[in-house]
Design a binder for this molecule. Structure first.
Ligand SMILES: Cc1cc2nc3c(=O)[nH]c(=O)nc-3n(C[C@H](O)[C@H](O)[C@H](O)COP(=O)(O)OP(=O)(O)OC[C@H]3O[C@@H](n4cnc5c(N)ncnc54)[C@H](O)[C@@H]3O)c2cc1C
Length: 306
């Protein structure tokens, strides 16, 4: 075993109450199963632990990355220096604030949030059932599917800034646009989100969720490591159709490949590196551009060593 860095020694000594893994492979925490080790990966049990982690990293001058369920992140082969804070299943809690408003903590998966809404006879989160990320990641990305989007139901978000201060932003203050929120430019960590929903029959809600899940299973390569849609939907077309028209289903760079089932998905066939995956995205984007004149941009968040 290689010797611990100063940062690794100090963080475990300074924050013994927080679960912290040293040299933790990011491939274990990303749905693409790609990525080297995080120097330290922390799993805060609550907002207070998160705030202490941020203060420690600030004091040490260490870079901080936030990870939800890792279902939209391509992590670098060489790993990440500093601290990765993983919130999935850490910041927990779902509550009914009033008859039609739910508060869901950032670490809860969107599928669990949708099931909770259905149980309470509240419609509006059916689209989120089957998106494998967390509520925090979903808010950050303004996740959406089948005509639904986080921005349409998000009433307010509690956000922790990197200095540990917490404020509440209304849905309209979040700067939502297609697969984007203002947090991408400003930073800040989603602690929880309030969703304004509509009363409906739980059975109807469940039936809609079942139908959407069947559509997903029929069309998407859910049995293979991926990050969902590899590219954003471009103006003037659909990424999957453009990739298909360019004859790129099954196209490979090493073990990174365009799915043969759904051309919008790029998958890891087993041993893809981040470099192969990035090369695949670049080459596909270039070939689609040559074929259609439309430039595809990655939807997956590509992490680089800071
Ligand atoms: C099989 C499959 C199907 C998918 N289908 C869809 C779909 O239909 N629609 C869709 O929109 N997406 C889809 N995705 C992509 C992905 O699930 C979503 O983008 C999801 O919102 C990402 O959430 P996450 O928790 O996994 O975020 P991560 O992948 O962990 O992180 C994504 C980004 O969000 C940031 N982030 C995460 N949590 C927080 C937080 N609490 N505060 C601040 N920033 C945070 C991270 O730093 C990172 O930049 C799919 C992915 C897969 C693998």
């Amino acid at each position: 075993m290689t010797e611990l860095t100063d940062f690794q020694k100090k963080i475990t000594l300074s924050l013994p109450e927080v679960t912290i893994f040293i040299q933790e492979p990011l491939a274990k925490h990303t749905s693409l199963r790609i990525g080297g080790a995080a120097e330290a990966m922390a799993f805060p049990a609550d907002d207070a632990q998160l705030s202490r982690l941020l203060a420690f990293a600030r004091q040490e001058g260490a870079p901080v990355r936030i990870l939800g369920a890792g279902t939209n992140v391509l992590a670098p082969d060489e790993g990440i220096k500093g601290l990765v804070v993983c919130l999935k299943d850490c910041l927990e809690g779902m509550e009914l604030l009033d008859e039609t408003t739910l508060r869901i903590a950032a670490g809860v998966t969107m599928t669990r949030a949708a099931v909770f809404a259905a149980k309470n006879g509240l419609s509006g989160l059916e689209f989120a059932h089957g998106i494998p990320g967390t509520v925090g990641g979903g808010v950050y990305m303004n996740a959406g599917a089948y005509g639904g989007e986080i921005s349409a139901v998000c009433k307010a978000v509690r956000v922790m800034a990197m200095d540990g201060s917490v404020r509440e932003l209304s849905g309209s203050e979040m700067g939502f646009s297609y697969r984007h929120s203002r947090l991408e430019e400003e930073g800040g960590i989603v602690l929880s989100a309030d969703f304004a929903l509509t009363p409906a029959d739980p059975e109807d809600i469940r039936a809609t969720m079942r139908t959407l899940q069947q559509k997903r299973s029929a069309s998407q390569p859910l049995d293979m490591p991926s990050a969902g849609s590899a590219f954003k939907r471009p103006v003037g077309g659909y990424a999957a159709a453009l990739i298909d028209q360019a004859g790129l289903k099954g196209f490979r760079v090493g073990d990174a490949a365009i799915s043969t089932k759904h051309a919008g998905f790029a998958v890891n066939l087993g041993a893809s590196s981040a470099e192969d995956f990035k090369a695949l995205l670049r080459q596909v984007s270039d070939m689609v551009f040559q074929n259609s004149g439309i430039r595809l941009e990655p939807e997956v968040r590509i992490w680089e060593q800071k």
